[in-house]
Unconditional design. Structure first.
Length: 223
């Protein structure tokens, strides 16, 4: 039997997650190459997610995997953080491969400290869009869906990565990223764990596969 206590919403000061369109939690764990897998309670697992987000020593070592949520399985932790330049390409390639295997795979980063938003949408082995607010030059693809609609509402007819960073349009957009947060995109394209309905099932803690990682610079304390 899995641990089936009530499930609090997943929150963290800096929340990074991978969403795979699959209800097969075991297969997602296997394809990701996770090891040392164990069950935990939802309360402890959600607390761990925020603890790992603040870990300055080994932030990329631990991930938390959800049971299926509305047709998706999530793997949560800084390991999947797009704004970390030393790992952006690694997890981009991983997401592309997962989308080829499962059909759809997505990466998101949301900051409750208003210091960054990022997302990557992949389908069938192809990256449709990658946007990292802290690194516009790393953008891929074209804005679509809610991102495109909000850009239009701000009078931005092209791509945000092409804006003059000293111009008024760029300033208006980057002040709040046009209210186009990772959670906003996730609500439309996949699943937003900060608002997902309460479920029961096995929440797993696992060790992430290792790869060469410089130390991540500190983001400072929470406000």
């Amino acid at each position: 039997m899995g641990i089936t206590d009530s499930a609090p919403l997943i929150r963290a000061c800096w929340l990074s997650w991978l969403a795979v369109e699959s209800t097969d939690q075991a297969e997602v764990v296997k394809v990701l190459g996770l090891t040392d897998v164990r069950e935990t309670t939802w309360v402890d697992g959600v607390e761990l997610i925020d603890e790992v987000a603040h870990d300055e020593e080994e932030p990329f070592s631990t991930v938390v995997v959800t049971p299926p949520l509305q047709g998706w399985t999530l793997a949560v932790g800084p390991y999947f953080g797009l704004p970390s330049p030393q790992q952006t390409e690694h997890i981009t390639d991983l997401c592309r491969e997962l989308s080829a295997h499962f059909g759809k795979a997505q990466l998101f980063f949301h900051s409750e400290q208003n210091d960054g938003e990022a997302w990557l949408i992949a389908e069938g082995g192809r990256i449709l869009r990658r946007w990292i607010s802290e690194y516009p030059a790393l953008a891929l693809g074209e804005p679509f869906g809610v991102e495109r609609r909000l850009l239009d509402a701000y009078g931005i007819t092209g791509r945000p990565e092409d804006l003059d960073p000293t111009g008024d349009l760029a300033g208006d957009w980057t002040a709040t990223w046009g209210d186009c947060w990772a959670t906003t995109v996730a609500d439309e394209c996949g699943i937003n764990p900060t608002t997902a309905a309460t479920v029961t099932g096995r929440l797993l803690v696992a060790a992430a596969p290792s790869f060469d990682q410089p130390h991540r610079p500190s983001r400072g304390g929470c406000r």
